[in-house]
Write a protein that binds this ligand. Structure first.
Ligand code: ADP
Ligand code: MG
Length: 201
C-alpha cells in the first residue's frame, strides 16, 4: 500500500470562484495546512466533460438527490420531489451549465488524508449550512432553497473529491499521468520525516 502522505485529491475552482477573484485565497487554504500542489491547469470544460465527471460514480445521482431531500426536510421545508433520481437528473443538468459557463482551475493536491482534509477545509455542499471557517462557509451565501427556486446549481466555489475512489477516477478524468508532478518540498521533512535529524547545524 502506498504511504498515506501520497494520498491525492482533485479540486476544481468553479467559474464563480474565478469570478469572485478567490483563486489565491482558495489555494492558500490548501497550501497552508501542508498539502502539496502536484498539478494545476485552467480550462473551460465542455458540458460533456462535466456530465462524465458526475457520472463516474453510478451511485452519485441518487446520493445527491437524497442529500438535497434531507436538506429540505432538516429545514422543515417540502422537497421539490420525493424521488432522489428525479432531483439527481435535475442537478446534473444545471451543473453542466454552471461548470461550463467560464474558466475553471483544476488541481491535484497531495498529502496525508488529502481527501478528508480538503473536504474539511472546503466545507459542506450548501454554503448556508457550511461551517464558519470553511471556504464555502466564509465566502458564499447560497442555499438549496434559492438555487432550486431559480432552477440553477448551488454556487459553492469548489469541487472536491468525496472519497479516495472518487479522487482516483476524477484525477484520471481531468489529467494525464505526465501532468502529475512528483517532487520534494522542503516542508515534507518536518511534516513526515520520522527522525527529524539534521535540523541543527
Ligand atoms: P459536493 O460538491 O459537496 O461534493 P455533491 O457532489 O453532492 O456536492 O454535488 C455536486 C454539486 O452539485 C454541488 O457542489 C453543487 O454545486 C451542486 N448541487 C448539489 N445538490 C444540488 C441541488 N439540490 N440543487 C442545485 N445544485 C446542487
Ligand atoms: Mg461530490
Amino acid at each position: 500500500m502506498t504511504h498515506l502522505k501520497k494520498e491525492r485529491t482533485l479540486v476544481v475552482i468553479k467559474p464563480d470562484g474565478i469570478q469572485r477573484t478567490l483563486v489565491g485565497e482558495i489555494i492558500q487554504r490548501y497550501e497552508r495546512i501542508g498539502l502539496k500542489l502536484i498539478a494545476i491547469k485552467m480550462l473551460v470544460p465542455s458540458e460533456d466533460h462535466v456530465d462524465k465527471h458526475y457520472n463516474l460514480d453510478p451511485e452519485w445521482k441518487k446520493n445527491v438527490g437524497e442529500k438535497s431531500i434531507k436538506g429540505y426536510i432538516d429545514k422543515g421545508l417540502e422537497p421539490p420531489s420525493q424521488d432522489p433520481m428525479v432531483i439527481g437528473d435535475q442537478v446534473i443538468s444545471v451543473l453542466k451549465k454552471y461548470l461550463s459557463s467560464g474558466p475553471v482551475i483544476a488541481m491535484v493536491w497531495q498529502g496525508a488524508h488529502a481527501v478528508k482534509i480538503v473536504r474539511k477545509i472546503t466545507g459542506g455542499t450548501e454554503p448556508l449550512s457550511s461551517d464558519v471557517g470553511t471556504i464555502r462557509g466564509d465566502y458564499v451565501l447560497d442555499s438549496y432553497q434559492m438555487s432550486d427556486k431559480d432552477g440553477r446549481a448551488i454556487r459553492n466555489l469548489i469541487h472536491a473529491s468525496g472519497s479516495a475512489k472518487e479522487a482516483d477516477d476524477e484525477i484520471k478524468h481531468w489529467f494525464v499521468e505526465e501532468e502529475l508532478l512528483d517532487y520534494n518540498l522542503v516542508q515534507d521533512k518536518i511534516l513526515y520525516d520520522v527522525n527529524l535529524d539534521g535540523l541543527l547545524e
